[in-house]
Design a protein around this ligand. Structure first.
Ligand code: HEC
Length: 457
């Protein structure tokens, strides 16, 4: 019986393969109790050696050892089943998940064997086998538990805050700083984005959605739905689609409420895909990245008195004023998501009243034209300006000169020419200018800037 049972457990992963595809919701629902229930078998199993050892002096303790062992087996089986449902249901795979799974299966079989062998040991027929088996079970338990912990908390969870002296003694947690593999745009700018925001769920240990993002080869391989990068076609690339969905969309990435990628990171990925998603290209036309650290900018004035009007602006035009943070001195963001071409120069002008408090303006894909620059020139604290895919021609860029705090300007997909960009030279802090898919693309402004100020990639 026990042999058949063990065989069945060993075959389980071959019948219901962890194929990286999510399955039924009920499986995920039940599976999510695994991290809770798992503490039961751990408790029971750890109690067994205590009872056996204590029984040397107080024999009555040993009388309950069999029962506790049986409870340990039943709860291991339950926790293992839930764990399997969790991985199978939510489509988890990866080396860490596989190790943890085999740990759980081995543990359950180990406890079953202990349960069977114990009577032989108690009667004195086979004196050694049970203690050895029990020792192995404890080792497997620690190992499997550690694998599970690494899946939920990350593999450096324990070593991260380890005192330096202990780190040196154990040789743990002192991984050398990662040097960029090469000077390519992918290695320097694209891979680090995935590394910091995606690899927890799309790396070696945990592979969600069958997708790994920890190397160029894996990235291009794609996930459960096939390729996620379509070289030359950003709009067809699943990866870009998923990181640009509305933040509360079920398929938005990074998932589970993690903060979205920054607009310029998305811009880099988009430009990189557009220009062929190469692993070796060292620069992209139309992308200027300044490596200097941002200098802290002066705070804006206090807009608290205008709060009722700020709230009211949301309903009138479909565009919204959003607070950067709870601190009024951090300023406001003008958001125009979903308003489309109905939001034009007249609508923009209504925000002139809040001009000194606005630090970021998102006008991508709106109906704003060159006439809108009259309003924009009043936004004296503006740092970030999005104008991609609008009808602006660049002829009014001179009007941006008073915006001395501007650091980021996106003109991608507009008709801006290289000549029109010349006035921007006057804005010293303006380090990120995006121009791909414009007539100016093949002549980035950085060519005319002093090399220490701006770096073209
Ligand atoms: C908290 C975990 C988590 C993080 C962090 C995360 N993802 Fe995901 N990702 C998932 C899960 C779960 C799936 C599979 C379910 C689905 O398709 O929504 C998935 C699926 C995907 C897919 C679809 C793969 C396919 O073939 O269907 C893409 C593309 C993707 N993620 C990109 C990213 C990117 C890019 C990041 C980083 C910016 C990221 N993910 C961060 C959990 C995560």
């Amino acid at each position: 019986m026990a042999l058949l049972f063990s065989m069945a457990l060993l075959l389980l992963p071959h019948i219901f393969k962890l194929d990286g595809k999510p399955h039924a919701d009920w499986q995920q629902f039940l599976g999510r109790f695994h991290p809770l229930i798992i503490h039961l078998p751990i408790g029971f199993i750890l109690l067994v050696p205590l009872l056996e050892v204590g029984g040397r002096w107080k024999p009555s303790l040993r009388e309950s050892a069999s029962l506790v062992l049986a409870l340990g087996f039943i709860s291991s089986l339950g926790a293992m089943t839930l764990g399997y449902l969790l991985a199978y249901g939510s489509g988890d795979s990866g080396a860490g998940v596989t190790r943890h799974m085999w740990g759980g299966i081995a543990l359950t079989i180990g406890v079953l064997l202990c349960l069977l062998v114990r009577p032989l040991w108690a009667s004195g027929a086979v004196p050694r086998l049970y203690p050895v088996l029990l020792g192995c079970v404890l080792l497997v338990l620690s190992w499997a538990a550690h694998q599970g912990g690494s899946l939920t908390h990350g593999s450096n969870y324990l070593t991260e805050s380890m005192p330096p002296l202990l780190k040196r003694w154990t040789g743990l947690g002192s991984s050398p700083a990662k040097a960029p593999i090469s000077g390519s745009f992918y290695a320097q700018h694209i891979n680090p984005i995935f590394d910091s925001d995606c690899v927890v769920c799309h790396g070696e240990n945990k592979v969600k959605g069958g997708l790994r993002l920890d190397s160029y080869e894996y990235l291009m391989e794609g996930g459960k739905d096939g390729k996620v990068i379509a070289a030359g076609a950003p709009d067809k690339s699943l990866l870009l689609i998923r990181v640009t969905l509305p933040k509360d969309h079920k398929q938005f990435m990074p998932s589970e409420g993690k903060p979205p990628l920054k607009p310029e990171q998305i811009e880099w990925i988009r430009a990189w895909v557009q220009q062929g998603a190469s692993s070796t290209a060292t620069s992209l036309s139309g992308i200027t990245i300044n490596e200097h650290k941002d200098v802290p900018l002066p705070p804006v004035g206090d807009y608290s008195a205008l709060m009722p009007e700020i709230a009211a602006m949301g309903s009138g035009t479909g565009a919204k004023l959003v607070q950067v943070s709870n601190k009024a001195s951090d300023g406001l963001i003008l958001r125009t998501v979903d308003v489309g071409k109905n939001f034009g120069d007249a609508q923009l002008a209504q925000f002139a009243k809040f001009a000194p408090y606005i630090v970021e303006v998102e006008l991508a894909r709106t109906g704003v034209t060159d006439a809108g620059f009259d309003t924009l020139s009043k936004f004296t604290h503006l740092r970030v300006l999005h104008l991609e895919d609008t009808a602006v021609t660049g002829n009014s860029l001179t009007k941006l000169i008073p915006l001395s705090q501007l650091t980021y300007l996106n003109l991608s997909g507009t008709k801006v020419t290289k000549a029109a960009l010349a006035p921007l030279e006057a804005i010293k802090g303006l380090h990120s200018i995006y121009l791909y898919d414009t007539p100016a693309q093949h002549a980035p402004i950085a060519d005319t800037a002093p090399p220490t100020e701006r770096k073209t990639l």
